[in-house]
Design a protein around this ligand. Structure first.
Ligand SMILES: [Zn+2]
Length: 301
């Protein structure tokens, strides 16, 4: 109750990293209601990528300045998709952190929670981040990934496309998938598959999930902004799995519903009722602000 009270008091616009709740709603609705379902390899997935490209160009990211790039790949055999990346604090020698959200959906769901709202949050993160990128001591890559739903192909293509030097510079990822929730229910959690201990990077397990640099930073963000804990949960089911397999600190910042004391996927997951009209966009702001706060912690000078 305390967390919900604080959330309603602070909203999307008060305090550090104010986000535009109405814009997140509008962008979620655009993907679900105007574009429609966006399965990997379809014209609808490409249309979403075109729309994201326009939005990022409006924010000042550009191909000519080297802050915007779009790369195609074959994911599931015979299925072609694209990743779209906007970069803040471009520096070929600096550490790299990235923030990701997949923009494809399954065929049978509008995909508002999974994952249009996270895409909308990531646009807001980009809009905010670009205004303080001079304060970055690292390169922050905002990556909209294609082809997640049929096997995390976008994240694999992104990682396979890194040069050895880029891989050396690469620190980790904050992934967003199902990063908004219905009103009055839900728990913001941080899913990891492992983390750093005194003896190096280790696998986590279901009962004892491990913190890593990313989960620690978003957890600190949640405490600082909302005076509430963001539990670390052992969990996969999205692109952060691929980054984890590459040995990078990774976490999915997402909303779950609590059943019998355990955080589980929301009932709308992959359903026809995963629609924009049933999302509480303050939960989306909460995710986005925690991501921005964590980025400042991880990638600030
Ligand atoms: Zn998803």
């Amino acid at each position: 109750m305390i967390a919900l009270l604080l959330l309603s008091l602070s909203g999307c616009g008060a305090g550090p990293f104010p986000l535009q709740e109405a814009q997140i709603r509008k962008d979620t609705e655009y993907q679900c209601d105007v574009i429609g379902v966006r399965p990997a390899g379809t014209d609808k997935e490409k249309e979403t990528c075109d729309w994201l490209e326009d939005r990022l160009e409006q924010m000042g990211f550009s191909y000519t300045a080297g802050t915007l790039s779009r790369s195609g790949f074959e994911g599931y055999p015979g299925v072609y998709s694209e990743n779209l990346m906007a970069v803040c604090g471009v520096d070929a020698e600096a550490p790299i952190w990235c923030v990701t959200a997949h923009y494809d959906s399954i065929e049978t769901s509008p995909g508002a929670r999974d994952n249009a709202s996270a895409v909308a949050i990531l646009l807001e993160v980009a809009r905010d981040l670009v205004t303080w990128q001079d304060e970055l001591g690292a390169e922050v890559r905002i990556v909209f990934l294609g082809s997640e739903e049929n096997g995390y192909h976008g994240s694999r293509a992104y990682l396979e496309g890194l040069s050895p030097k880029e891989l050396e510079r690469h620190q980790g990822v904050i992934n967003m998938d199902i990063s908004a929730a219905s009103a009055g229910e839900g728990q913001l959690v941080c899913c990891t598959l492992g983390g750093r201990t005194d003896t190096g990077y280790q696998e986590g397990n279901f009962l004892e999930p491990l913190d890593n640099a990313v989960s620690q930073a978003v957890g600190a963000a949640c405490r600082a902004l909302y005076e509430t804990e963001m539990p670390v949960v052992h969990g996969g089911e999205s692109d952060h799995v691929t980054f984890h397999q590459w040995g990078l600190d990774s976490a999915n910042v997402c909303w779950r519903v609590v059943e019998d004391g355990l955080p589980v996927l929301p009932p709308e997951y992959h359903g026809e009722d995963d629609i924009p009209q049933t999302i509480d966009y303050e939960t989306a702001c909460m995710t986005g602000r925690c991501v921005l706060w964590a980025l400042k912690e991880l990638a600030g000078k």
